[in-house]
Design a protein around this ligand. Sequence first.
Ligand code: APR
Ligand code: PHB
Length: 404
Amino acid sequence: MTPDLSGCSPADVPARTGVVIVGGGPSGLLLSQLLHLAGIANVVLERRSRAYVLSRIRAGVLEQGAVDLLRRAGVGARMDREGLVHDGVEISFHDRRLRIDLADLTEGKTVMVYGQTEVTADLYEARDAMGGTVLHEAEHVQLHDLEGGRPFVTFRLGERYHRIECDFVAGCDGFHGVSRRSIPADRLRLFEMVYPFGWLGLLADVPPVHDELVYAGHERGFALCSMRSRTRSRYYVQCPLDEKVEDWSDDRFWTELVSRLPADIAGRLVTGPSIEKSIAPLRSFVAEPMRFGRLFLAGDAAHIVPPTGAKGLNLAASDIHYLSEALTAHYRRGDDSGLAAYSDRALARVWKAERFSWWMTTTLHAFPDRGAFAARMQEAEFDYLASSRAARQALAENYVGLPY
Ligand code: APR
Ligand code: PHB
């Protein structure tokens, strides 16, 4: 197969660069863009083709911090034109409904509904426009001498092997990437919780059922009504882990979704043929520390949150903010304090988002064999939210995103 070099001939593979970025998802591309703007040479190595990366459907809610960072990176124009600003979110529990007025509870903060796929497309376009080096279908990426002074990365493009020497490696290659696995096991501490269910997602060109997102807790299982635009909707239902997507006809999906939504919302649902359907497992995961010598982990390579609350991409953005600032201080001023502090700074924010995502997941999902006590705890959580502004405020400040 011919590798997709996206504008680069193999001759463009430099022998040396400042930062090798492993992974061309949102973390890697955003870092590449910010470093380029700061005048720091970098190369992105992506295992998949560009078309494959752009076909992945992920969450679609951006915190204010992520929105600001994307603007600073020069990739905010289409987001500002096409993204939907939401100043509230709906939570339902069985047939009860509660609106969380994000703006009122957080002194005017909001979120931007704009798909991760679009963020990634905008980042690729910006990298192309600036002549960034993004090498796709880079196979067998290996990281070397990470603790020494002269790290280098080897990989294969088509039939040719390459070696790039660098100052630093950024591990932005997601949960299944090579970067975290390049750190000796005795130098990492892993924390993990796997949930006993998954999310079945469906994308369809139908108008959203509601003008805000609806997170629905129900005894049949959790459901989420989200959107990509005023004409494209994204819906999810909690499903058992052993379920196969082939077993879910569109009709079965719509029927299940309706059964979990409050009656007035369900009554307005417009259904239509699915464009995409997929099942994703839910996991909480953190690797500590996020640094090994000259390797810095960022995004899904270092941590995973369950999607309830849409923190995945937002955490990637805050990691990249800290890492790009630290690398810029190193190159501009010889100041390594940001690099020394990177892991602790990033993890302090990561753990709070882990807590929030775990709490939203635990509060709104049906746990098999959970017992009557846990069910009452969920009811009490919802009652508390409904009756206490302080409780709603805690939810809102986390949902719009804690400060960087
Ligand atoms: N070599 C090169 N690239 C790799 C390798 C490898 N060995 N392994 C994985 N990759 C690439 C993947 O193909 C993918 O494109 O790294 C990229 C990682 O991208 P993401 O998984 O999207 O992770 P990240 O960029 O950190 O984005 C975080 O994406 O997964 C969601 O929920 C997550 O929203 C969050 C965001
Ligand atoms: C999505 O639009 O895909 C989405 C939105 C909010 C979430 C998770 C996913 O919490």
